[in-house]
Design a protein around this ligand. Structure first.
Ligand code: HEM
Ligand SMILES: Cc1cc2nc3c(=O)[nH]c(=O)nc-3n(C[C@H](O)[C@H](O)[C@H](O)COP(=O)(O)O)c2cc1C
Length: 488
C-alpha cells in the first residue's frame, strides 16, 4: 500500500456503487464489501468518499479492515498534504457528535453498580447507551429481574465470629476470588475504546472471569492478551446459521488453553424488538438518506442488536448438543434456561452447566425474573444442582444478591450492564465495579453470620423466600393422570 491517495482521488469515489473510505490513514475500496457488511451497508455508504476513522474505531479493532479486504481493495496511504477546509468540514458533518466528556462523573464518585449505568447514560454516546441499557418491548422482564432480587429477604445469624471470611469458590474448575463472572456482551468498544480488553484485564486483576461474546468487537486472541496467560476465560457461543462457521470457531477455541467453558446462548432464537436502539438507528439513517437514495431498513427498524444478531440460527435445538460435543473439548453450559423442564433437559443431555438467564430482559419480554426460575428449579428438580453447575444472571446489582444466589445453590453469578458501562473508565472502571461487588458481598456475609461462601452453597436457612413464592408457577404434578395426559 505504498501509493498515496489524495483528497481529490477519494472524493471521486463517493457513491454506493463506487465507495472509497479513509480509515486510520489508509484508503480502502469498500464497494464490493459494503452490501455484506454485518453492521449494514448504510453504515459504510454514509462514509463514501469520506473519513470513517472515528466511527470505524468505535466498533472495530484496528486490524479488522486490513484482515478482511483483499490487496486490490487497499488503495494506498492518505496524502494529508492535500487536505482542504471543505474536506475537513465534510468530515465533521459525517461523524455523529459524541457525548460531552465533561459530563463523565469522576470514578471516585461512583459507589455502587447503578452509578456506573447512570454515569454512562450521562457521558456515553447516545447510541451506545440505547444499545446497552435497552431491553425488549415494554422492559417488563428487565425491571422484574432487579426488583425480584429485592423481594428475597435474609434470615441473619449473629455472634458467629465473622472476623475472617472467605468468598473464594470454584467455577468450571477455576479458582475465583468470588463466584462472579462478567456476562458476555456484544461490541464492548461502544462503551469505551479499550472494550473487551478492559473487561479481560479488569476481571483478571479482580480474580473473576470474563465470558467473552461471539459478537465481541475484537478477536478472541486480542481479548486473551489483556490478561496473564494463566487467567481463565469463558466463551459465549451464538450458533451461526452457517454451521461451518461455528465449527471453525470451535476448532479455534480448542487450541486456546485459557478458555475454560463454552456458554451456548439458547434464549435468543431471533433478535427481539429493542425500541430504544431502533429509534436511534432509524433517526440516524433517515437523516443520512433524507435527500438521497433510500436506506435498506425495513418497517421493523434496524437497531444495533438486530443488525448484529442476524446470523443466529433459529433452528438450534437440543439434538444439536451432540453436534457441538463432536467439535469441542470444553464443558458445555446452556445460557438462557428459564424453566425447571429445560434445566432437567440440560441435565439429561449431559451438559456441564446451565445459566438461568433471560438475556437481561433483552429476549422474551414477560419472561419470568431469573430469581423465580432459580426458585422453581430448586423446588421442582433439586437434583440438577448435584449433577451440573447452576449459574444465574439478570438484574444482579448488589453483593448481597450474590450471597442470596449462592444460598439458593448457584455456583456462579453473572453481572452484565454495570460492567459494560464501567468500560467508560477503562480497566480501572472494571476493577472498581468488581471491588464494589466484593466489598458488598463481604459485608453482607458478615452481617448474615456467614464465614465461608463455599459452605453455605444451597443452604436456604439463611433466606426467607415467602414473598416470592406467590409468583412461582404451580408445581409440576407428576401424578399418573398428568403422565397419561402428557403421552396423549
Ligand atoms: C471491512 C471491514 C469491516 C468489517 C469486517 C466489519 C464488520 C462489522 C461487524 C461484524 C459488525 C457487527 C458488530 C460486531 O459484531 O462488531 C459491524 C458493525 C458496524 N460497523 Fe463494521 N465492519 C467493517 C468496516 C466498517 C467500516 C469501514 C465502518 C465505518 C466507517 C464500519 C462501521 C460499523 C458500524 C457503525 C457498525 C454498527 C452498526 C449499527 O449501528 O447497527 N464498519 N461491522
Ligand atoms: C449490551 C449487551 C449486549 C449483550 N450481548 C450478549 C451476547 O452477545 N451474548 C449473550 O449471550 N448475551 C448477551 N447479553 C446478555 C448478557 O450476557 C446477560 O445475560 C445480561 O446482560 C444480564 O443482565 P444484566 O445486564 O441485568 O446484569 C448482552 C447484554 C447487554 C446488556
Amino acid at each position: 500500500m505504498a501509493q498515496k491517495v489524495s483528497v481529490a482521488d477519494i472524493t471521486k469515489h463517493a457513491t454506493a456503487e463506487d465507495c472509497w473510505i479513509l480509515v486510520n490513514g489508509k484508503v480502502y475500496d469498500l464497494t464490493k464489501f459494503a452490501p455484506d457488511h454485518p453492521g449494514g451497508p448504510d453504515m459504510i455508504w454514509k462514509y463514501a468518499g469520506k473519513d470513517g476513522t472515528k466511527t470505524y474505531n468505535t466498533y472495530h479493532s484496528a486490524e479488522l479492515i486490513e484482515k478482511s479486504l483483499s490487496d486490490a481493495e487497499k488503495k494506498g496511504e492518505f496524502d494529508e498534504s492535500t487536505m482542504t477546509l471543505t474536506w475537513l468540514a465534510a468530515q465533521q458533518e459525517a461523524t455523529p457528535s459524541e457525548a460531552d466528556p465533561n459530563e463523565k462523573p469522576p470514578l471516585s464518585s461512583i459507589i455502587n453498580l447503578d452509578d456506573f449505568e447512570q454515569a454512562f447514560a450521562k457521558a456515553g454516546a447516545q447510541k451506545a447507551n440505547a444499545y446497552i441499557s435497552g431491553a425488549s418491548n415494554d422492559l417488563l422482564t428487565l425491571n422484574a429481574n432487579k426488583t425480584f432480587w429485592q423481594k428475597l429477604w435474609f434470615r441473619p445469624r449473629v455472634m458467629r465470629n465473622v472476623d475472617v471470611i472467605s468468598t473464594k469458590m470454584k467455577m468450571m474448575g477455576c479458582e475465583v476470588a468470588m463466584p462472579v463472572w462478567i456476562c458476555p456482551m456484544g461490541i464492548a468498544k461502544t462503551a469505551g475504546p479499550e472494550g473487551e480488553r478492559a473487561l479481560g484485564a479488569g476481571a483478571a486483576a479482580s480474580g473473576i472471569v470474563h465470558c467473552m461474546s461471539t459478537a465481541a468487537s475484537m478477536g478472541v486472541e486480542e481479548i486473551l492478551s489483556s490478561a496473564p496467560k494463566t487467567h481463565p476465560f469463558f466463551f459465549q457461543l451464538y450458533v451461526d446459521r452457517q454451521r461451518h462457521k461455528t465449527e471453525a470457531v470451535l476448532a479455534q477455541l480448542n487450541k486456546l488453553d485459557q478458555i475454560k467453558a463454552l456458554f451456548i446462548t439458547a434464549d435468543l432464537a431471533v433478535v427481539s424488538k429493542r425500541e430504544a436502539d431502533e429509534r436511534i438507528r432509524t433517526q440516524e439513517i433517515t437523516s443520512v438518506y433524507s435527500s438521497q437514495e433510500k436506506s435498506r431498513i425495513d418497517k421493523k427498524g434496524a437497531g444495533l442488536a438486530r443488525t448484529t444478531g442476524g446470523f443466529i440460527d433459529p433452528a438450534l435445538n437440543w439434538d444439536d448438543i451432540a453436534w457441538v460435543r463432536k467439535h469441542t473439548n470444553l464443558p458445555i453450559v446452556i445460557k438462557g434456561i428459564q424453566s425447571a423442564a429445560d434445566a432437567r433437559m440440560a441435565m439429561e443431555m449431559g451438559c456441564q452447566g446451565i445459566v438461568i438467564s433471560n438475556h437481561g430482559g433483552r429476549a422474551l419480554d414477560n419472561a419470568p425474573a431469573t430469581i423465580l426460575a432459580l426458585l422453581e428449579i430448586r423446588r421442582d428438580c433439586p437434583e440438577v444442582f448435584d449433577k451440573l453447575e447452576v449459574h444465574i444472571d439478570g438484574g444482579v446489582r448488589r453483593g448481597s444478591d450474590i450471597l442470596k444466589a449462592v444460598c439458593l445453590g448457584a455456583h456462579g453469578v453473572g453481572v452484565g450492564r454495570p460492567f459494560q458501562c464501567s468500560v467508560l473508565y477503562d480497566t480501572e472502571g472494571v476493577e472498581t465495579a468488581a471491588a464494589i461487588i466484593q466489598d458488598e458481598l463481604e459485608t453482607a456475609m458478615r452481617l448474615c453470620g456467614v464465614t465461608d461462601l463455599e459452605k453455605v452453597r444451597g443452604d436456604m436457612s439463611y433466606l426467607n423466600t415467602s414473598e416470592l413464592e406467590q409468583y412461582l408457577p404451580k408445581p409440576e404434578r407428576r401424578s399418573w393422570f398428568a403422565g397419561l395426559r402428557a403421552r396423549l
